[in-house]
Ligand binder design. Structure first.
Ligand SMILES: NC(=O)c1ccc[n+]([C@@H]2O[C@H](COP(=O)([O-])OP(=O)(O)OC[C@H]3O[C@@H](n4cnc5c(N)ncnc54)[C@H](O)[C@@H]3O)[C@@H](O)[C@H]2O)c1
Ligand SMILES: [Zn+2]
Ligand SMILES: [Zn+2]
Length: 368
C-alpha cells in the first residue's frame, strides 16, 4: 500500500498543482477509497474560473466513485443498509450536519441542511484528501455513501447528476401537474437538462420540447426522446421562438417547464413558456449568477403557475437515482453518450477547459 497520494489542488482560479500528501490513518468509523474516476460538474467549472465559494486551495471533484481499500471496523453497511466489504465500489452523497433545523425537523429534506458537507467542496484541512480529483479519498465518520458494485465506472460517475435530476422531478411531481399527457419543456440541455429529460422518459412522459443554443446537445436531446427541439440562437427574438413553441404545444405553452440553465435571461423566459395552469421547476441556479425580472401579472398570477425550486438531493434520492439509471438502460436511452470525454488526472486542467468551453457533455477525470 502506498504511503502518499497524488491530488490535483486548485491553488488559484485557472491553476492546478499536483501535490503528494501522506495517506492518513483510518479510524474505526472511517474508510479509505481508491478513486477510479470523477465527472466534472459545472460547479467545478465555476470554481476553476473564479472560485465563487472561496475554497482555494482545494481538492475538487464530487461526482466520483472508487473502491474501498481500508474499512473501519464499525462500518458494515451503506446508507441504504446494504452490506459493504473491502473491494466494494461506492459513491458518496451529502453529509447532513444532524443538528440544524432542517436535519432535526424535516429529516426527509436534509438537502436543506444549513451546514451540509460534500466531498469535493470542502475547505482544505490536515487530511487534504477530501475530493475525488485525487488518487485516494478519506471518508469521515457519519458520511452517507452507497455500495454500487456491479455498475460500470461511467454509470457510477453519472449517479450524482442523475440524483439532481431525480430530485428535480420529485419536486415537480409535488405540483400534481406531471401526467402521461403533460407537454413538458426542458430549457437547457447540458448534463442536468438531459438527465431531467431522461427521468421524464422513464416515467412515461413522451411529449417533450427541448431548448438549447447548441445543436450537438439538441441532437442528443432528440436521441433521449425529445419530440421537438428549438435552438434559441436561430431566432431573431425570444418572442419569435415562443410563437413556434406555442404552436408545438396546442397554442397554449408547455404544461410544465424545467429551467436547467444558470442564465438569468433564460430563467425569466422560462415563465413565458408555461401555459395557464401550468408548472415550473427552477433547477439551474446552484450558484448565484444574477437576478431576473418576471411580470407578476402575466407570468404568475394570471396564469396561476405552480412553481417549485429544486436544491441538490437528499440521501433518499440516491436509491431512486439507481432505479432510474436501471430503467433508462432498460428502455434503451443512450445514457452512455452523456460521458463524452475521459481525461487522466494528470491532465486535469484540460478536463476543466473542455468543461468550461462546453466541448462535450460530461467530462470524466480518470484516476489509474
Ligand atoms: N439545483 C441544483 O441543485 C443544481 C445541481 C447541479 C447543477 N445545477 C445547475 O444547473 C445548471 C445546468 O447544469 P449543467 O451541468 O447541465 O450545465 P451546462 O452549462 O452544461 O448546461 C446549461 C445549458 O444551458 C444552455 N443555455 C444557455 N442559455 C440558454 C438559453 N437562454 N436558453 C436555453 N438554453 C440555454 C447552454 O447552451 C447549456 O447547454 C447549472 O447552472 C448548474 O449550476 C443545479
Ligand atoms: Zn455536480
Ligand atoms: Zn443540518
Amino acid at each position: 500500500m502506498k504511503e502518499t497520494a497524488k491530488a490535483a489542488v486548485l491553488v488559484a482560479p485557472g491553476k492546478f498543482e499536483m501535490r503528494e500528501f501522506p495517506i492518513p490513518p483510518i479510524g474505526d468509523d472511517e474508510m479509505l477509497i481508491k478513486v477510479e474516476g470523477c465527472g466534472v460538474c459545472g460547479t467545478d467549472g465555476h470554481e476553476y474560473k473564479r472560485d465563487p465559494f472561496n475554497l482555494c486551495p482545494v481538492v475538487l471533484g464530487h461526482e466520483g466513485s472508487g473502491e474501498i481499500v481500508k474499512l473501519g471496523k464499525n462500518i458494515t453497511k451503506d446508507s441504504a443498509g446494504v452490506p459493504v466489504k473491502l473491494g466494494d465500489k461506492i459513491v458518496t452523497c451529502v453529509i447532513p450536519c444532524g443538528h440544524c433545523d432542517a436535519c432535526r425537523n424535516t429529516p426527509a429534506r436534509t438537502n436543506l441542511c444549513e451546514n451540509c458537507g460534500v466531498y469535493g467542496l470542502f475547505p482544505d484541512d490536515d487530511t487534504h484528501l477530501n475530493g475525488y480529483y485525487a488518487e485516494y479519498l478519506k471518508i469521515r465518520p457519519n458520511s452517507t455513501f452507497f455500495n454500487v458494485t456491479g455498475l460500470s465506472l461511467d454509470q457510477r460517475m453519472l449517479i450524482e447528476p442523475a440524483a439532481v435530476a431525480v430530485h428535480a422531478v420529485e419536486r415537480a411531481k409535488t405540483t400534481g401537474l406531471l401526467n402521461f399527457n403533460t407537454k413538458v419543456l426542458v430549457q437547457g440541455c447540458g448534463p442536468i437538462g438531459l438527465m431531467v429529460l431522461a427521468v421524464l422518459r422513464t416515467l412515461g412522459i413522451d411529449k417533450i420540447i427541448a431548448v438549447d443554443g447548441n445543436d450537438n446537445r439538441l441532437e442528443l436531446a432528440k436521441e433521449m426522446g425529445a419530440t421537438a427541439t428549438f435552438n434559441f440562437t436561430k431566432y431573431a427574438s425570444f418572442d419569435d421562438m415562443l410563437a413556434e413553441i406555442r404552436k408545438e404545444s396546442d397554442g397554449l405553452g408547455a404544461g410544465f417547464v424545467f429551467q436547467c440553465t444558470g442564465v438569468p435571461a433564460a430563467a425569466a423566459n422560462a415563465w413565458k413558456m408555461v401555459r395557464r395552469g401550468g408548472g415550473l421547476c427552477e433547477v439551474g441556479f446552484f450558484l448565484p449568477s444574477g437576478t431576473c425580472t418576471i411580470d407578476p401579472h402575466y407570468d404568475l398570477c394570471n396564469k396561476e403557475v405552480t412553481a417549485v425550486g429544486s436544491w441538490v438531493y437528499s440521501p433518499q434520492d440516491y436509491p431512486t437515482a439507481f432505479a432510474f439509471l436501471r430503467r433508462a438502460a432498460g428502455i434503451g436511452l443512450p445514457m452512455e453518450k452523456l460521458v463524452t470525454h475521459h481525461i487522466p488526472l494528470d491532465r486535469i486542467q484540460e478536463a476543466l477547459e473542455v468543461n468550461v468551453n462546453m466541448q462535450g457533455i460530461k467530462v470524466a477525470v480518470i484516476v489509474d
